[in-house]
Design a protein around this ligand. Structure first.
Ligand code: NAD
Ligand code: UFG
Length: 338
């Protein structure tokens, strides 16, 4: 079975490519390299001994997709391709709506033309907006607070409507919580450009001395220690969730949405201290103002994925911290070929 990964050179795409290749799938990646580089997939090949061909091109472009589907017999698609920076989406909403929605719709159109019905979509816990009751279940109310989030919400809506109108389609919508960490080899990992927005990459760059200290955004939230709590999930657990989702899509019609999270909430300070302990390092930090738009707590109810996909996250916070640092210390400049 051959799986097309749009955005396959990116952070989650490259780890999923590795997982799929190891499980015996053929993999083709389509990526415009706007936030990634081919080195990630070269290293996936080095780790697995198998090649995932990379087509450099844009998922919003019909001719590009036509080429891919004509060149390869694609049995299923995992649609990772998208712009993902929340702050940037507020400054450039049109770019975000155009890229993320056009890509989703064009893909659906070309898949249908080529008789490819199974699609796994990268959604996000951000679609739960500010809904306050935890843990978040798939049937909780949704609604977003920024254009990036709306692109995920609207993509979910579009895919749901298409699946309802066409019973031959098999769509699986995955709502990721907070992916962190890296493959245990330290050869592939997250390679943010510029100063990281997210907590773990920021902590890693403080640990490496690239950044001076971490700003902890607020310690007056109604949480255990006053800092924000999130459901951090190891990127390899997340990648394995995609394997389960592909298997599910191959044997079920219709559309189904799943949380991919651990169900555990850790605070910013929990993560910092776990990182220090796991790696024998000290992370200098100071408490600053809350970051606008942040919610106090966000964690998943992961039961539905356990029951229907037969998948649960296995790796603990210590492993996430160890693997994140292993990647950072071995690759202080990331892939360094952007
Ligand atoms: P990433 O930026 O590392 O990967 C996305 C990839 O898509 C990049 O390689 C980029 O070059 C490519 N891309 C973007 N637009 C494209 C287009 N039009 N055509 C072809 N390629 C295109 O991000 P990631 O962290 O691996 O995230 C993958 C997906 O998961 C994204 O859709 C993201 O929104 C979603 N997601 C990520 C997180 C997270 O915290 N990392 C959380 C929830 C959801
Ligand atoms: N934080 C800090 N300092 C930093 C960075 C983050 O204290 O330098 C805190 C935040 O305030 C938050 C926690 O660390 O409490 C996690 O923040 P991240 O930026 O790592 O992650 P978010 O939960 O804010 O956002 C992530 C993705 C979004 C996605 C959202 C919901 O980045 O794309 O999860 O899935 F929409």
């Amino acid at each position: 079975m051959r799986v097309l990964l749009t955005g396959g050179a990116g952070y989650i795409g490259s780890h999923t490519a590795l997982c799929l290749l190891e499980a015996g799938y053929d993999v083709v990646a389509l990526d415009n390299l706007s936030n990634s580089c081919p080195e990630a997939l070269r290293r996936v090949e080095e780790l697995t001994g198998k090649k995932a061909p990379l087509i450099v091109g844009d998922c919003t472009d019909e001719a590009t997709l036509e080429n891919v589907f004509s060149q390869y017999k694609i049995d299923a698609v995992i649609h990772f391709a998208g712009l993902k920076a929340v702050g940037e989406s507020v400054a450039k909403p049109l770019e975000y709506y155009q890229n993320n929605l056009d890509a989703t719709m064009m893909l659906c159109r070309v898949m249908k033309k080529h008789g490819c019905e199974a699609l796994v979509f990268s959604s996000s816990a951000t679609v739960y907006g500010t809904y306050p009751e935890m843990p978040l279940r798939e049937d909780c109310p949704t609604g977003c607070t920024n254009p990036y989030g709306w692109t995920k919400w609207i993509s979910e809506r579009i895919l749901t409507d298409i699946a309802h109108a066409d019973p031959t389609r098999s769509f699986v919508l995955l709502r990721y919580f907070n992916p962190i960490g890296a493959h245990e080899s330290g050869r592939i990992g997250e390679d943010p450009s510029g100063i990281p927005n997210n907590l773990m990459p920021y902590v890693c760059q403080v640990a490496s001395g690239k950044l001076k200290q971490l700003s902890v955004f607020g310690d007056d939230y109604p949480t255990k220690d006053g800092t924000g709590e999130r459901d951090y999930i190891h990127v390899m657990d997340l990648a394995e969730g995609h394997l389960a989702a592909i298997r599910y899509a191959a044997s079920h019609k219709g559309v189904e949405v799943f949380n991919l999270g651990t169900g555990e909430a850790y605070s910013v300070l929990n993560l910092v201290h776990a990182f220090e302990k796991a790696n024998g390092l000290t992370i200098p930090y100071r408490i600053t103002e809350r970051r606008p738009g942040d919610i106090p707590v966000c964690y998943a109810d992961p039961k539905k994925a356990a029951e229907k996909l037969g998948w649960t996250a296995k790796r603990d916070l210590t492993t996430m911290c160890r693997d994140a640092w292993n990647w950072q210390k071995n690759n202080p400049l990331g892939y360094n070929v952007k």
